[in-house]
Design a protein around this ligand. Structure first.
Ligand code: PLP
Length: 481
C-alpha cells in the first residue's frame, strides 16, 4: 500500500482491518462531534485522551501514560502483517510511532486547526530543526529521475540561525539546492518574481526569531497555490495560541516545540503539522492526501528523527496551559518593551506589539489571543504579540556585552520560550556561525539583544534590565575620564 510489495490480505488480517476500521470511525466521530466543538483550552488540556479510553485501556490514569517501550507485540502473524503493512493503526516500533507521541501529535494537530474546518495531522520530531528538515525534504526529490535537475525554494531571510544554516549550508552549499532568500517578505512582488518552474515550496518564519519579521500569510499562501506550490510556516514564536497559519491558507506548520510550547524548558522537541490535502507539484498521492502521516510512515521511518515518548508527555503537559501563559508573558513583554523604548541607553526596540513598529499593523491582523472573546476578563478579541522581543543597546557591540554581563535575574542563554526571562546576543551565539555577511542578510547587528520575557512580575525584570543598562552608562563615564 505504501511503497512495498502488493500485500496479500488473508481472512485473519481482514478481521483485524475491520475491527480497526470501526475503531478509527469511532475516533473520527469523537474528534468531529466532541473535541472539535471544544474551546482551545479544553483541547489543550484533554486532547484526544478521554476518560473512557483511560478506563478501558489505561487503568484510569488521568495523565496520558508514558510508553517507554521500544516496540509493540502482536497477537498473531495476521495482526503483525496487517500492522507492518500499515493497514491498521499501529505503533509497532517507537521510531515510527508510539502511544505517548500519538497524544502529543493529536493535541498539536487540533490546536493548529482550531477555529477552522481544516482537517490536520501531525508528525512529532526530535527537535525543531528535525521538523524543518522533515517538512522540506519530501519536496526536494528528483521529480523526473533526472540527476541534475535544478531545484529551488523561497525562504524569508529573517529566520532562526539554525534554519539559515540548514538551508544555506546543508541544502545550498552541500547539495546544490538553491535557497532564494526573500529580503522583504511583506512585498508580494518579491516572492512572485523569485518563483519559477523549478521552485518546490515557499517557506516563511513569522514572527521571526530574533528580528520580528512578519508577512501576510494569506497573500503568500494564495501566491504559492496559484503556482501549485505549498506554503510552509514556522510559527514557533507565536504558538497556536496566537497564530494558526493553516487557518489562513498555509499548508504546513513547523514548530520548535522546545520553545514556548515547552515553557518549562524540559527538553527539546518538534512537530510538523499539515492540512490533509496540501497543494504541491510533487506527484505523490499519499504525500498530498496526508503529508504528516506520510512523513511519519515513510521518510521518517527511514531517517529516524523521532521524538522520545517521555519528551512528548513533558511537552504535552506544558501545552495544557499554553493560552494563559502566552497571554501573561505577552503582557509582560509589552510592559518591558514600553520601558526599554524610553530608556536613554537603548537605541531601538523591536517588538511587534509597539505601535511604532513598522509591521505592527500587519501583525495585528494576524496575532490574536485565541478565544479572548470568550474570556471573562476580556470578552472581545485582543491582540497579543508573544514574549520575544529584541533591542539594540546604544554604543555598539562592546557595551552590549557589558550590559549583558550585568544582568542578575535574566538568564544569559541561547534559549527562548521559557517561563523564566532569558536573553542572548545573537551575533555571538545563535547567529555566530553564519558570519558577518549572513548576519547582514538577516539584519543582526552586534548590539542586538534578544530578550524573551517570562512569567515573573514585569517590574522585577524591568528593574534588572535597568540596573544592567546603568552599568553601561557608568562604564562610558569611566572610559571617557
Ligand atoms: C529554536 C527554533 C528552531 C529550532 O528548534 P530546535 O527545537 O532548537 O531544534 C526553529 N525555528 C525557530 C523559530 C526557533 O526559535
Amino acid at each position: 500500500m505504501y511503497g512495498g510489495d502488493e500485500v496479500h490480505i488473508t481472512p485473519g488480517m481482514q478481521r483485524y482491518i475491520d475491527q480497526n476500521n470501526e475503531y478509527l470511525a469511532r475516533r473520527d466521530r469523537y474528534v468531529r462531534e466532541v473535541v472539535k466543538k471544544w474551546k482551545f483550552d479544553t483541547i489543550a488540556v484533554h486532547g484526544l485522551y478521554s476518560v473512557q479510553e483511560s478506563l478501558d485501556d489505561y487503568q484510569g490514569a488521568i495523565i496520558e501514560p508514558m510508553f517507554l517501550s521500544s516496540s509493540q507485540a502482536y497477537r498473531d502473524s495476521d495482526e503483525m502483517a496487517a500492522a507492518l503493512a500499515y493497514l491498521i493503526p499501529t505503533w509497532c516500533y517507537s521510531r515510527i510511532a508510539n502511544p505517548s507521541t500519538y497524544y502529543y501529535e493529536w493535541a498539536l494537530a487540533l490546536l493548529e486547526a482550531y477555529g477552522s474546518d481544516a482537517e490536520t495531522s501531525c508528525c512529532s520530531t526530535s527537535s525543531g530543526m528535525a521538523a524543518i528538515m522533515t517538512a522540506v525534504q519530501p519536496f526536494l526529490v528528483h521529480r523526473f529521475h533526472h540527476k541534475h535537475e535544478p531545484r529551488n525554494f523561497l525562504a524569508t531571510a529573517q529566520c532562526y540561525g539554525g534554519t539559515f544554516q540548514q538551508f544555506n549550508v546543508r541544502l545550498m552549499e552541500e547539495r546544490d539546492i538553491e535557497c532564494r532568500w526573500i529580503q522583504d517578505p511583506t512585498n508580494i512582488d518579491e516572492w512572485a518574481s523569485r518563483i519559477d518552474k523549478n521552485t518546490r515550496f515557499l517557506y516563511g518564519e513569522l514572527p521571526s526569531n530574533p528580528g520580528q519579521g512578519f508577512f501576510d500569510v494569506q497573500a503568500v499562501a494564495d501566491l504559492a497555490h496559484s503556482h501549485n506550490l505549498p506554503l510552509i510556516c514556522d510559527t514557533t514564536v507565536a504558538t497556536p495560541a496566537l497564530l494558526r497559519p493553516i487557518c489562513h491558507g498555509a499548508d504546513i506548520v513547523v514548530q520548535s516545540a522546545t520553545k514556548s510550547l515547552t515553557t518549562s524548558g524540559f527538553g527539546v522537541c518538534g512537530a510538523v503539522i499539515a492540512r490533509r490535502g496540501i497543494v504541491t507539484s510533487i506527484d505523490n498521492e499519499f504525500l498530498k492526501k496526508d503529508f504528516a502521516l506520510y512523513i511519519k510512515y515513510l521518510p521518517n521511518r527511514d531517517y529516524g528523527p523521532n521524538l522520545h515518548p517521555m519528551q512528548a508527555i513533558l511537552t504535552l503537559n506544558d501545552m495544557r496551559t499554553l493560552r494563559s501563559k502566552m497571554d501573561l508573558m505577552s503582557r509582560n513583554t509589552m510592559k518591558v518593551a514600553q520601558f526599554l523604548s524610553t530608556h536613554p541607553q537603548v537605541e531601538s526596540v523591536q517588538y511587534l506589539g509597539l505601535p511604532e513598529h513598522p509591521l505592527h499593523e500587519l501583525a495585528s491582523k494576524y496575532l490574536w489571543l485565541v478565544d479572548a472573546e470568550y474570556d471573562e476578563q476580556y470578552g472581545r478579541p485582543v491582540n497579543r504579540y508573544g514574549h520575544l522581543m529584541s533591542f539594540c543597546v546604544r554604543g555598539g557591540a562592546e557595551r552590549t556585552r557589558k550590559f549583558f554581563d550585568g544582568l542578575q535575574r535574566v538568564w544569559r542563554a541561547t534559549d527562548l520560550g521559557r517561563i523564566k526571562s532569558v536573553a542572548t546576543i545573537p551575533a555571538i551565539s545563535t547567529h555566530q556561525q553564519q558570519g558577518e555577511a549572513g548576519r547582514k542578510l538577516a539584519n543582526i547587528p552586534g548590539n542586538l539583544v534578544r530578550l524573551c520575557v517570562g512569567g515573573e512580575h514585569p517590574d522585577d525584570i524591568i528593574a534588572d534590565l535597568d540596573q544592567a543598562l546603568r552599568k553601561v552608562k557608568t562604564g562610558v563615564a569611566v572610559a571617557v575620564s
